[in-house]
Structure formats: C-alpha cells, structure tokens
Design a binder for this molecule. Structure first.
Ligand code: GRF
Length: 208
C-alpha cells in the first residue's frame, strides 16, 4: 500500500481527481494545506480523509514552516507526497527529505514557464501548444525529473482563463496516472529522465 499525503493550497481539484480515481494500493493518508480556508480541505474531510493545515504566515521563516510541515506530513509515514497546487516555494531541506517520493504538478510544458502566470505567458509568447508537467521535485523550482506531460492546443481567442481550463482537464488525467505509476513501481529515474515501464513502443503511457 502506498501511503500518500497530498498538499494543497486552494480548491484542490487535482487532489479530488486523485481521490476519485480510487487507485488500487494507494491510501490517501491525509490532505494538508498551508491555509485552513483551502476549499479542498472541506471536500476531503467530508469523505473521511484526515486533513490539517499550518498557516505559513505564523512562522518566522520558510525553514521553520517547512520543518513543521515535515513533522505533520511524517506523522502519516508517507511513501509518496503529492504537491497538488501547493503554492509554496520549498526549502532544500524539505526537498532533500522527500527526495524520490515528492511529485509536483505544474501548469506548463516544462522547462518552459517555470513559476507563476504560466498560461498568460504562454499566450503572450505565441505558443501554439501549452500543457502541464508532472515531475519529481528537486531543490530548484519547477525543475526535476519529468514523469509525464499533457499537451493541449492554444486557440486564437484563448484567454489565460480558457487556456487554464483546457490544461486543467489534462492535469486531472495525468496526475492520478502518475500516482498510479509511482505506486505500481513503474517509474525508474536515471538522472533527469524517468522511464515508465507502462509505456508502449509508441511512447504512450498505458492507462491504469
Ligand atoms: C493547478 O493548475 C496546478 O497545476 C497549479 O495550481 C492549480 C491548482 O488547482 N499548480 P487545484 O487546486 O488542483 O484545483
């Protein structure tokens, strides 16, 4: 059983996609947040999932917040920690502590558009495609070995909002799949590259 802790900062639709996928051998041990008003917390609690939050504003430093968050996470003995819209920059200590078992979803085709406002930047740059990336987390922001990417078109009349909605649909498919692949031991990291033994000869990931 892959004990999984999910971190969120807001509505938690990606967290909901993971929970709703009811992935075999994955136990959602807890959903935690840096804000007790994150809408996703109530959704998880209604489904009997343990929830908790720590307000980062109440800590004197990023290091102090991350140390307290690690303690909270580790109480659930996670095999996997998923950043599902967790809007915090993590300290190197946090990243090192969960190395190889910490994954993030980022709403761009990395390595393009790390950081914020990814959809607006993709439109302004004239990109014809956009998407999302699931990756293992390293200390460098939005870097780390890429597990999978979802691609969507950028339409001529797209706004950041319409593009975000299209990318979000891809996120909701890709993130549960990545959790399933991790839990089934299908991901093997070699440097920056992640091999997925569930891929067919054409490079497509076979759905769980
Ligand atoms: C997603 O677009 C995710 O990629 C980004 O923040 C958003 C979170 O959405 N990091 P939700 O909270 O999962 O609905």
């Amino acid at each position: 059983m892959t004990n999984t802790v999910i971190l969120i900062s807001g509505r938690g639709s990606n967290m909901q996609a993971i929970v709703n996928a009811a992935i075999p051998d994955v136990n959602i041990a807890a959903v935690l947040s840096n804000s007790n008003t994150a809408a996703g917390l109530a959704w998880a609690a209604e489904r009997g999932i343990a929830t908790g939050s720590l307000n980062h504003k109440e800590f004197p430093s990023r290091e102090a917040f991350d140390a307290a968050m690690m303690e909270k996470i580790d109480a659930y003995r996670p095999d996997l920690v998923v950043l599902a819209g967790f809007m915090r920059i993590l300290t190197p200590a946090f990243c090192a502590h969960y190395e190889g078992r910490l994954i993030n979803i980022h709403p761009s085709l990395l390595p393009s558009f790390t950081g914020l406002h990814t959809h607006k930047r993709a439109i302004e740059a004239g990109c014809r495609v956009a998407g999302c990336t699931i990756h293992f987390v390293t200390a460098e922001l939005d870097c780390g070995p890429i597990i999978s990417q979802g691609v969507v078109p950028v339409l001529d009349d797209d706004t950041p909002e319409t593009l975000a909605a299209r990318v979000l649909e891809a996120e909701h498919k890709l993130l549960p799949q990545a959790v399933a692949d991790f839990a089934a031991g299908r991901l093997k990291t070699d440097g920056n590259r992640v091999a997925n033994s569930h891929r067919n000869a054409a490079g497509q990931i076979l759905l769980a």
